[in-house]
Write a protein that binds this ligand. Structure first.
Ligand SMILES: [Zn+2]
Ligand SMILES: [Zn+2]
Length: 285
């Protein structure tokens, strides 16, 4: 039976006011959403006026958009060898969590970090230390999800085993689980275009992560090939994973009930509706 309740959304712009992201999601027929709470390429995260956050919370209830995911800034690097960047990263992550609570968002999605001058094991240790500092700052309602990365130079979190290690060693309820990005997994060597690809990824999820750890899927096709270590998202069905691979992935028993958020390219007004339609088709909706 088709799961008609599958949560589906897109990463949506907050341009013009944070509540407008919900209007855009609503227009696209989304039941979940991911946003940036501020410009993800600036260290400064502007205040969200009280009126705007209240409006966001109310609109989200009215539209039944759930869960709400906030993607953390790309500048955060918890594995940085530069102590000033590490310190700013810790502060900005705490700020992301403050803003998430202000918006009553459920999760903050984080790329843990990278350190190309260092070995990955030591870099992960540094990230664990930083995560512990953040977790010790205060208790937030919003929880962190660590996202698998594409295995670009210095990446510390492209394998399920890496994510597991970071979560286990951080030992904090701040981290609720992981977000799995299909493009990143493919770029890191999980061949989702092949018949057995989704099952192989699912096996690793079950082997290394606790049951119910996957709280979000970023559903993106990939411009580059499997094991390319390049993070370039493509429209659904137009990349190297392809429609059949993505369909098998989202319908695999281990991934079947997990909310989907698209981070596909937006070059025209038609892109989001077309990508959403393609996903709905293979969900059988
Ligand atoms: Zn992603
Ligand atoms: Zn990406």
């Amino acid at each position: 039976m088709a799961d008609v309740k599958r949560r589906l959304g897109v990463h949506t712009s907050i341009a013009g006011g944070i509540h407008l992201s919900l209007e855009r999601a609503r227009e696209l027929g989304c039941s979940t959403i991911q946003i940036f709470s501020h410009n993800p390429r600036q260290w400064l995260a502007n205040e969200i006026p009280a009126g705007a956050s209240a409006q966001f919370r109310e609109l989200r209830r009215t539209y039944g958009i759930d869960p709400v995911y906030i993607h953390a800034s790309y500048l955060i690097n918890l594995a940085s060898l530069d102590s000033a960047i590490l310190e700013r990263s810790i502060q900005l992550l705490a700020r992301e969590l403050d803003l998430a609570d202000l918006l009553a968002a459920d999760y903050v999605v984080l790329h843990t970090g990278s350190a190309s001058q260092d070995n990955a094991r030591d870099a992960r240790r540094r990230a664990v230390g930083a995560l512990r500092v953040v977790a010790g700052t205060k208790a937030w309602k919003a929880k962190l999800l660590l996202e698998n990365t594409a295995g670009e130079r210095g990446d510390i979190s492209s394998r399920m085993e890496d994510l597991s290690e970071i979560i286990r060693e951080t030992e904090s309820a701040l981290i609720a689980g992981v977000c799995i990005d299909s493009c990143h997994a493919f770029a890191a060597g999980y061949d989702l275009s092949r018949e057995q690809g989704p099952a192989q990824l699912a096996d690793e999820v079950e082997r290394y992560l606790k049951a119910d750890s996957v709280k979000l899927i970023h559903l993106n096709d990939s411009k580059k090939g499997c094991n390319s270590h390049v993070d370039r998202h493509e429209h659904i069905g137009q990349g190297s994973i392809g429609i059949e691979g993505l369909k098998r992935f989202v319908n695999h028993p281990v991934f079947r009930n997990i909310p989907l958020v698209l981070e596909t390219p937006k070059k025209s007004e038609e892109d989001d509706p077309r990508n959403i339609k393609a996903v709905r088709e293979f969900l059988g909706e």
